[in-house]
Design a protein around this ligand. Structure first.
Ligand SMILES: [Zn+2]
Length: 209
């Protein structure tokens, strides 16, 4: 690597510390991603190595595994992909940052975590419906005061309502007006993202070794 490159590649010994605690999935240092925001339990950090995102204190592998296993059903689970294009363009407006979120997974971080249980991720496939919906909501979140208003109204995910009543009323109207233009943008974006392996939602298949 040349001296001018900005990519943070920090050996664990050098990078770990109170500011950069180790990633629960892979042990590399975590870096700040998003400051404290309404509805979240703390600032959000992310791992540059496996892509895991963490809200608040990182906890350990067991904590991250338990949260992952909670959404597992018969060896399959769906994650909002922290490594997806939607998370990258959405930042603080990414719908994966819903109230109560603690760990934000990628296929790689899930693979690292389940290895602790002698299990492997045998496939990580794009989930088209959830992926398109997540990208759509990512775009809508750029227009509203609150977050995830449309998805929550459709019974998917939890909204962070805007603070003031007039803002909440505006949000309902904005979501309705912008819904179709946002979809016209989100659909091709998500198709491109999925083609590049960076879809917004993934179905993971996990099996015992
Ligand atoms: Zn990591």
């Amino acid at each position: 690597m040349s001296a001018g490159e900005q990519t943070p590649v920090v050996p664990l010994e050098a990078g770990a510390g109170p500011e950069n605690p180790p990633c629960p999935a892979c042990g590399e240092p975590l870096f700040g991603w998003i400051d404290m925001r309404a509805g979240l339990a703390g600032p959000v950090s992310r791992c540059e190595s496996c892509g895991l995102g963490v809200v608040g204190p990182p906890g350990d592998a067991e904590d991250a595994l338990r949260a992952l296993e909670r959404v597992e059903e018969d060896g399959t689970l769906r994650i909002a992909n922290r490594g997806g294009l939607a998370a990258w363009i959405g930042g603080a407006g990414w719908p994966g940052l819903e109230p109560g979120a603690r760990y934000l997974y990628t296929a790689e971080s899930a693979r690292r975590l389940v290895a602790n249980r002698d299990r492997v991720v045998t496939s990580a496939r794009w989930a088209p419906g959830a992926g398109i919906a997540t990208m759509w909501q990512t775009v809508l979140n750029g227009f509203t005061f609150g977050r995830n208003v449309a998805l929550a109204a459709l019974g998917r995910g939890r909204a962070t309502a805007a603070e003031k009543r007039w803002q909440r009323r505006m949000d309902a109207g904005i979501s309705a007006v912008v819904a179709i233009p946002a979809m016209l943008f989100a659909l091709p974006m998500e198709l491109i993202a999925a083609a590049c392996g960076r879809g917004a939602a993934l179905n993971l298949r996990i099996e015992l070794l």
